[in-house]
Design a protein around this ligand. Structure first.
Ligand SMILES: Cc1cc2nc3c(=O)[nH]c(=O)nc-3n(C[C@H](O)[C@H](O)[C@H](O)COP(=O)(O)OP(=O)(O)OC[C@H]3O[C@@H](n4cnc5c(N)ncnc54)[C@H](O)[C@@H]3O)c2cc1C
Ligand code: SF4
Ligand code: SF4
Length: 450
């Protein structure tokens, strides 16, 4: 029989995104802490023995899950079994929409749908508490919130490591029900917790899923702050300063320096931070849930024409439970939401590069760790497919850039030195990506001519 893995095996294999749910199953023997690559991961407080390996059952990357909950498809059968539609790539769903909330669009990351949904959940008394990410002492952490009149305080998504460590430590002391926002692996961890402790399904009746392209280390924010011209420490960073006179992808990063001045940098000047894998967690390379399949509602950026032309942003919205769909439909009929239906095909187009990377190239990365006899987290083999050699080369270089970016920032902590040292690796990746895009384009044209 193969060795039973525990949480520290997951952490040591670099397969942890810091959700913090295992802490609630560890009898006080684990706590979350920053590691030297700028991620939050569990650290042991005392000596772990065999019985402590139980905490791994709620880990979204557990390599040995129970058959019933072995992946997103099984979990969706348990938690979203009433959804009308099923698609192999996006999971179970009711409807797909695109648009924005009139009230929250300008102060939110995309179309302000997350803030709108949370406002409605509180106002309509569907839940009495939110567990969401909000500013505290100049940075951002998960915390409790319940004042719907102040709801704008919770707006905007924060692209830095956060943890739900306190959710199950504190939830039993909260009166009423709870809604939580989270990226796919965080939502999966909550579903696993609900599976093993079914009363939390009643206590947490609504999960807002943030569609996620990858977890960035804290180094990403340190780098952007320097790029914005901050040489001191920084506070209250805003990752999405939108320009109503430009397009949606043309936004800025900004933060306050020690002199309380807001310093900004346009992200197009910084270069490709998302497609290149810079500062990304290794675990994200083994996440095949592109659209947060286990949430009641999944929200993402509508970076898709014509919506991407609007600088204030639009949201893509996938409702997966009837309660979520009702909130959207009521919002439209009350005139709160400027939203229309979006076809499945167009929705998939909005996340196309994520599908290519996370689902189509999954087998290549799994084969790679299998070759090195490393732990293989639970992934869905239904996505396993062979990719052409030129895409494999892109994958290889992305993995190099990802790993190098973390070790290089750890060493330099300086934007100029970092840029210089990373340049050869980034150039190689760009060259191979360009070639890959060209070949794909030619193949598409040839296919159409057939
Ligand atoms: C790391 C990351 C990667 C992303 N990658 C993609 C992508 O590849 N494709 C895509 O379409 N969309 C992606 N998004 C989501 C997108 O950028 C928007 O955040 C999303 O559409 C919500 O916009 P909104 O206007 O509805 O949110 P808002 O109305 O601004 O509200 C945001 C809500 O999210 C909560 N929140 C803030 N930070 C976090 C966090 N780190 N984790 C969980 N909850 C948080 C806040 O408390 C608030 O309730 C990503 C988000 C994150 C955090
Ligand atoms: S991903 Fe979550 S559950 Fe898994 S080890 Fe990390 S903090 Fe624990
Ligand atoms: S890409 Fe997947 S594993 Fe990575 S943070 Fe996002 S949801 Fe979690």
């Amino acid at each position: 029989m193969s060795k039973k893995h525990n949480i520290l095996d997951i952490v040591n294999a670099d397969l942890c995104t810091g959700c913090g749910i295992c802490i609630s199953e560890s009898s006080g023997k684990l706590k979350m802490d920053w590691n030297d690559h700028g991620f939050l991961t569990p650290k042991p407080i005392g000596h772990l023995n065999d019985s402590d390996s139980d905490a791994v059952k709620v880990c979204p990357f557990n390599p040995q899950p129970e058959e019933n909950v072995k992946d997103e498809d099984n979990l969706a059968t348990i938690f979203l079994n009433k959804s009308k539609h099923l698609d192999e790539k996006i999971g179970r769903y009711e409807n797909i929409y695109v648009g924005y909330s009139d009230k929250f669009r300008s102060s939110s990351s995309s179309g302000g749908l997350a803030t709108y949904i949370f406002e409605q959940l509180l106002e309509q008394n569907i839940v009495q508490n939110l567990f969401i990410v909000k500013e505290v002492n100049g940075t951002y952490e998960y915390q409790w919130f319940s004042d719907f009149k102040q709801i704008k305080l919770i707006s905007k998504t924060r692209y830095l490591p956060v943890t739900m460590e306190n959710l199950f430590k504190e939830i039993d002391s909260k009166e009423g029900k709870v809604a939580v926002s989270g990226v796919a692996c965080f939502i999966k961890a909550i579903r696993l917790k609900q599976y093993y402790h079914p009363h939390y399904k009643v206590k947490i009746p609504f999960l807002v899923g943030i569609i996620c392209g990858g977890l960035k280390s804290k180094f990403f924010t340190d780098y952007l702050a320097q790029k914005a011209g901050i040489t001191s420490s920084y506070r209250k960073q805003d990752y999405r300063i939108k320009d109503p006179n430009s397009t949606a992808p043309d936004y800025s990063f900004g933060a306050f320096n020690d002199e309380k001045e807001l310093k900004k940098v346009r992200m197009v000047e910084v270069g490709d931070m998302w497609g290149s894998g810079l500062f990304k967690s290794n675990a994200c390379d083994f996440c095949d849930d592109v659209t947060t399949e286990l949430a009641d509602i999944s929200l993402g950026d509508a970076w898709l024409n014509p919506y991407a032309q609007e600088g204030l942003g639009n949201s893509v919205i996938v409702t997966r439970s009837t309660s979520a769909d009702n909130l959207i439909k009521n919002g439209i009929s009350k005139g709160d939401l400027s939203i229309g239906e979006l076809s499945l095909n167009l929705f998939k187009q909005s996340q196309l590069s994520s599908f290519y990377h996370r689902q189509d190239a999954l087998k290549y990365r799994v084969d790679n760790i299998r070759k090195h006899k490393k732990i293989i987290p639970s992934v869905r083999s239904k996505f396993f497919t062979s990719i052409p050699i030129y895409f494999k080369i892109v994958q290889k270089h992305r993995m190099i850039v990802r790993k190098k970016s973390l070790s290089t920032w750890k060493l330099t902590r300086n934007k100029t030195a970092f840029d210089n040292l990373m340049k050869p690796f980034k150039t190689k990746l760009q060259k191979h990506t360009l070639l890959y895009h060209k070949i794909r384009k030619i193949k598409n044209i040839l296919n159409k001519l057939k």
